[in-house]
Design a protein around this ligand. Structure first.
Ligand code: FES
Length: 102
């Protein structure tokens, strides 16, 4: 596990997400409250980039392709058609920079 610089806090507005490239792409989310979360980028139902296109509603990621929902904190699937959890990653904030541990 290594700490990877993702962006600065100021580069991500509240309520936004982005995809971080890598061997396994990661979706980085910033909630409306300003908290950062990181999960696997691809929806576990089919292939869909959650960092590129999803909605974060409270603690729930909504995949727009077939409307699966996941808990952004744990990756747990919350409704059909998703049955497999998303991998989650720790996020650390230091000196205005956002790091993902993976
Ligand atoms: S690909 Fe996400 S719900 Fe089907």
């Amino acid at each position: 596990m290594e700490r990877h610089l993702a962006c600065t806090v100021d580069e991500m507005g509240k309520g936004t997400s982005r995809t971080l490239d890598g061997d396994v792409p990661v979706a980085l989310f910033r909630s409306d409250e300003g908290e950062f979360y990181a999960t696997a980028d691809s929806c576990t139902h089919e292939q869909w980039s959650l960092g590129e296109d999803s909605d974060l509603e409270g603690d729930e990621i909504l995949c727009p392709l077939h409307m699966a929902r996941f808990d952004v904190r744990t990756g747990r699937p919350l409704c059909f058609p998703a049955t497999i959890a998303l991998q989650t990653y720790a996020v650390e904030i230091e000196d205005g920079k956002v790091y993902v541990i993976r």
